[in-house]
Design a protein around this ligand. Sequence first.
Ligand code: VGL
Ligand code: ZN
Length: 207
Amino acid sequence: MKALIIVDVQNDFIPGGALAVKEGDHVVPIINELQGKFDFIVATQDWHPADHGSFAANHPNKNVGDFIDLNGVNQILWPVHCVRDTKGAEFHPDLRTEKWKAVFKKGTNPKVDSYSGFFDNNRMGDTGLSVFLKQNGIEEVYACGLATDYCVKFTVLDAISEGFKTTLIADATRAVNIREDDYLQAVDEMFKAGAKVVMAEEILYFG
Ligand code: VGL
Ligand code: ZN
């Protein structure tokens, strides 16, 4: 059976939010349509404590975009975003959630960031997503959401390494694009790791 994984479609990643992704809101109607094609849907939610180590504001004399060593992992520093129980951490208000089987929160440990919906960046913490999917007979996953070059990419790479047949729905994602070609680099990296890359219409019309 196949599952749709909706990654981090949260207010802070939408234009106007704290870590706005250009056109981040454009994925919402596409993902809502895609949900009609799946019986098994899960979502991930970036869910940081206010003292999270990935926030530049929590490191004196550091700025957004600087790199630090965060407990042995090279970490880029972000603006304060997706602080748990805040408006910015909520899902986009237009995103349909009725069919979701579960939501997997990540980034809850202040000492390590977590881009993937499966594991923390140091691979120690596990959200339980892999076991949940396997226990429900899921063998194939389709990934969409925000952002292509961070949380979608690492979710896709971990899905592949967990043995799922993995498809990226490329136009149902948008990238942070710190460098202008980060979107294409990320798609290339996922493809080379073994992901199938499709456009939403292939699923909507032929899926
Ligand atoms: C994300 C940066 C920091 C993402 C989350 O959802 O792609 N990016 N936290
Ligand atoms: Zn985050």
